[in-house]
Unconditional design. Structure first.
Length: 406
């Protein structure tokens, strides 16, 4: 039985898009649709998978959208502005007083449109904060901290946070930068971490693994996924260069994004013998690929704390692998690594520390660390997260004014 108010999910990324954000938003929308009427405003055209259609599933409304490449910043900004504008108009048609609208920080202009439309129509609004803008652009050195654009975005954020009823963070480190905004209060913040999509269980280091069998080295260091503006490809290459005369250690790299293009460029020039690239791995092969490496690297630039949480992190733990995380120690993933003994936290920019961590990993008790990794991954459970989202939405439907202290 549906409640009086309905839920509107606004997301540029939604199936059939295969991105992590699309998968997360689909999981949430489908979970909520079991108890409420749910409409999804999607910027991803195409036919939905069968699992996303039928009774008890969200109704998906397509919003015209043209996504430019990440490197085409001006075209991308224009496309995102148009999508946010179209979503705002769609929300003014769909929302009624007492409804709840849920969105995410991709693209970064979308939350402003959602908060404004919800306030205009007397609805409640919640934001899943995967990345904090403009902080993430400052971290990536795209914007300067004191620039006019940065100051304007921060001013807009203060208005947006004042209008929002709830902000869902996926990292504990996000609270401090959020509270630096005048429109944000602690009672609006809810911590709901993401989850592993693979079943937590230690996968063996099988010689017959298709990604491993062509490599003669005993210890494989892996890098996987998107390397965007917030990541540091140089530290990975420099660590490989420092370890090039240690034949037992080999780097296996697969992914996409501007960072990977940079890695391919420097490797083409240096031709290090201990570095191999493989094509972007399909979802069906992800488990085998993650099981191929002994250690995984997540290389962030400096100042990541409170700005971004690596979504790939939980699946690395789920297959029972330690991580070498390049990050400040107060960042969410770093806290989890240290609290659970899951690997090494390396100072951003210090390739020598990363190389030392890889050497240490090659000599550590792999079985004990795998057991700890799987145990930690089990804490980041899909059902737990979905129940937390459902509880928050129910609270917003009943009462938009969250308690002052919890």
């Amino acid at each position: 039985m549906h409640s009086q108010g309905k839920i509107v999910v606004a997301s540029q990324h939604y199936p059939p898009d295969t991105s992590t954000t699309a998968a997360i938003m689909a999981e949430i929308a489908c979970r909520l649709a079991g108890e409420h009427e749910v409409i999804v405003l999607s910027g991803s055209p195409g036919e939905l998978p069968a699992s996303q259609t039928g009774p008890g599933k969200p109704r998906v409304v397509a919003i015209k959208n043209r996504m430019a490449g990440k490197a085409a910043l001006v075209r991308r900004a224009v496309s995102e502005l148009l999508f946010a504008s179209r979503t705002f108009l769609a929300l003014t048609r769909q929302l009624r007083r007492g409804d709840v609208v849920l969105t995410v920080t991709a693209p970064f202009m979308l939350p402003y449109a959602v908060a404004a439309a919800a306030r205009l129509k007397g609805a409640r609004s919640a934001l899943i904060m995967h990345d904090l803008f403009p902080d993430v652009l400052v971290m990536a050195e795209i914007l300067k901290p004191g620039s006019l654009v940065t100051r304007t975005m921060r001013a807009a954020n203060s208005l947006m946070f004042r209008a929002l009823n709830a902000v869902i963070t996926i990292g504990r480190d996000a609270e401090r930068p959020l509270l630096s905004y005048s429109g944000m209060t602690r009672n609006k913040i809810r911590f709901i971490p993401n989850w592993a999509t693979l079943v937590p269980a230690a996968r063996p280091l099988a010689p017959g693994n298709p990604f491993r069998k062509a490599l003669s080295a005993r210890f494989i260091v892996g890098l996987s996924g998107n390397l965007g503006f917030t990541h540091d490809p140089e530290i990975v290459f420099e660590a490989a260069r420092l370890l090039k005369n240690e034949p037992d250690i080999h780097f296996l790299l697969s992914g996409w994004g501007i960072g990977f293009e940079r890695l391919k460029q420097v490797q083409a020039e240096a031709n290090l013998p201990n570095v191999s690239f493989v094509a972007r791995v399909a979802d069906a092969e992800l488990e085998a690929f993650l099981a191929a490496a002994n250690l995984w690297i997540i290389p962030y630039r400096k100042d990541v704390a409170g700005v971004s949480v690596p979504s790939r992190f939980y699946n690395l733990l789920a297959v029972g692998r330690p991580v070498a995380l390049v990050s400040e120690p107060e960042a969410e993933a770093a806290l989890t690594v240290v609290e659970n003994g899951l690997g090494w936290v390396v100072t951003p920019g210090r390739a020598d520390q990363l190389a030392d961590a890889i050497r240490a990993a090659s000599r550590c008790d792999a079985a004990a660390m795998a057991e700890r990794a799987v145990k930690a991954a089990a804490k980041f459970d899909r059902a737990t997260a979905m129940n937390a989202y459902a509880g928050l939405i129910d609270e917003l439907l009943r009462n938009p004014d969250l308690a002052e202290q919890r």
